[in-house]
Design a protein around this ligand. Structure first.
Ligand code: GAP
Length: 570
């Protein structure tokens, strides 16, 4: 996707083609929930399959050229609620939101922005507010609408000049609220509670035409709640998991005991996650129900930075290999102020979606230290039973001890904490956490192409096509008899039956061949195989390439290998 696309037009295209539908659309839909249509479900399945194949079944060698061990899990969505206390989600998994006291809209506080221009000693009144994805997008909007927005100022041209000289700041609702409080209490450390409203008289609510007063930013836990069992009480309160990761941590010991994997190794899971997002937006980008593809990679603490680097590089490369142009991909190391308190480092792999001027997160690769295992060890009461015993390190030092029984050694040799941790410790974790729906959206945006191509008479006509990587394309090949006679349909049907045993293929004998090609272009089918008069004579067919429009003649017996070759991971 080289240029911006009209998201409304794009969403309509996705609906018309059967990629993505609004959930329960006949009842007016439901905000933040989406369904995948016949083509969409194939696309998303191919994405998850490619991830599982490339990350779990056949990951590339590790940083020192060694094979790496990956295993999978499929955990329940509802878990013991203590999991979410231990993980910190009950206490801290919250966004700040503001409520409009006039139109009752509820908006994420870090997505509401104002502009403040200063000129010499003069500070102009706040302009705005608007709702935007990022500060850059907000600044962009303010820049484009400056003339209109500064109209009411006494000296609008001075304000415009000051803006053009960079003498301005874009401030969000959380920052503004803290500044208001700081003025009231002369302390920026005040809790975000206790003030009935703010932003009044300074263009409060960003909903077009409203401008009402806003409530102070309030923390809003993002976990969906339910009850397990017949009685709705606090005793049987449960949560829909907000991430798949915790299922992996709580099964760490089960996996160790059942698979006898040794460090370093990874556990992977693909599955649904639920977050009661304050403002679901940008099509499927921020939904309330979505799928994650997560890996927890366990390693020795001394080697963790090496593995962090490995996963950052590998995950970015994976997106490029599946057709995301590197210009639109950006790995961004989070600043210290953004990091979770336990995280040693996190890199967001971002993609320049067409709805924003700033790249947005596709995946986070986080170095989580030993935080999660330690939390579960403490909260479950299992303690060091959740730690890893490094048998190889223990046996390597066997000659230096009087006993080879670890517990006996602790009792008799009185080793220091450091000596014990040489053999028994909580591994460090590197977590590449990707969104299956976000990547599906990125793939759709990237593939969407409008161009002019010559028709049979050489006149240019518009064509819309989806330039999917063949591995991800919902349909791999269309089999098309040129005409519905002379034995062509029978020949085509034989080929179709042979191919569909291995790939998702489509048989189409309806309409002019040019129209059939266009339909496949819109579906993103990389190959169209046509059975024509020559096929009946010499068993050769044409293979048409979706992107170049070129047609090659190949023996019919070669078609399956041609498709296989295009689907082989690089
Ligand atoms: N276990 C770590 C974790 O869940 P996260 O950054 O909150 O980290 C990981 O989520 C990925 O899940 C994101 O990079 C994104 O691709 C996807 N994701 C998160 N929230 C989402 C939402 N509301 N809608 C769609 N995808 C989402």
């Amino acid at each position: 996707m080289a240029t911006k696309i009209d998201m409304a037009k794009f969403a309509k295209f996705c609906k018309d083609m059967g990629f993505i539908f609004q959930s329960s659309e006949i009842y007016g839909g439901i905000n933040g929930f989406w369904d995948y249509g016949p083509l969409g479900v194939e696309l998303k399945r191919n994405i998850k399959d490619a991830w599982w194949q490339d990350m779990v079944r056949n990951p590339p060698p590790g940083p020192d050229g060694q094979e790496i061990r990956m295993v999978g899990l499929d955990c329940s969505i509802i878990m013991n609620p203590k999991v979410w206390v231990a993980s910190g989600h009950v206490g801290g998994f919250a966004d700040f939101k503001v409520d409009c006291l006039k139109c009752n809209s509820r908006i994420r506080a870090d997505k509401v922005f104002w502009l403040q221009i200063s000129h010499g000693f003069k500070i102009y009144p706040l302009i705005g507010s608007i709702e935007a994805d990022s500060r850059t997008d907000a600044a962009d909007y303010f820049g484009k609408n400056l003339f209109k927005l500064t109209k009411k100022f006494n000296s609008p041209q001075d304000a415009i000049d000051a803006f053009n000289q960079g003498k301005y700041r874009v401030i969000d609702a959380v920052e503004l609220y803290h500044e208001d409080l700081a003025i009231i209490s002369e302390s920026a450390e005040v809790e975000v509670t206790g003030v009935a409203k703010f932003a009044s008289g300074q263009n409060g609510c960003p909903v077009p035409g409203c401008g009402g007063d806003l409530s102070p930013p309030r923390a809003f836990n993002l976990m969906f709640k339910s009850h397990a069992g017949a009685i709705e009480s606090d005793d049987n309160l449960v949560y829909l998991r907000p991430e798949t990761a915790q299922g992996i941590f709580v099964n760490f010991k089960n996996v160790l005991d059942s698979s006898r994997v040794k460090l370093p190794f990874g556990i992977a899971q693909v599955g649904k996650a639920f977050r009661n997002e304050v403002n679901p937006r940008n099509f499927t980008f921020r939904s309330r129900e979505f799928e994650q593809m997560e890996i927890e990679f366990f390693c020795h603490p001394d080697e963790s930075m090496k593995w962090y680097q490995y996963w950052r590089d590998l995950r970015k490369r994976w997106y490029s290999q599946l057709g995301i142009k590197s210009d639109y991909l950006r790995p961004r190391e989070q600043g210290k102020e953004e990091l979770a308190f336990y995280s040693i480092g996190t890199t967001d792999i971002e993609y320049l979606f067409p709805f924003s001027d700033e790249p947005q997160e596709l995946e986070g690769v986080a170095h989580r230290g030993s935080y999660d295992l330690t939390q579960h060890a403490n909260h479950s009461g299992l303690g060091e039973k959740l730690a890893y015993f490094d048998e190889a390190a223990w046996m390597a030092d066997a000659g230096q001890r009087t006993t080879n029984a670890f517990e006996q050694w602790i009792k008799t040799a009185n080793p220091s904490k450091e000596e014990i941790e040489k053999y028994k410790f909580y591994p460090h974790v590197v977590e590449p956490s990707a969104g299956a729906d976000r990547f599906t959206l990125a793939v759709l945006c990237e593939a969407y192409t409008e161009e002019q191509v010559p028709d049979a008479k050489g006149n240019l006509e518009p064509r819309t096509l989806m330039k999917f990587h063949p591995r991800l394309a919902p349909i791999k090949c269309a089999v098309l008899p040129l005409v519905n006679k002379d034995g062509m349909p029978e020949k085509a049907m034989t080929l179709y039956r042979e191919l569909k045993a291995e790939f998702n293929v489509f048989y189409d004998d309806k309409g002019a061949i040019g129209r059939r090609y266009r339909r496949q272009d819109e579906a993103g089918t990389p190959f169209c195989v046509t059975i024509d008069g020559d096929t009946m004579k010499d068993d050769s067919v044409t293979i048409r390439d979706r992107d170049t429009l070129q047609q090659r003649r190949v023996p019919i017996s070669q078609v399956r290998d041609e498709i296989r070759a295009a689907l082989t991971p690089q």
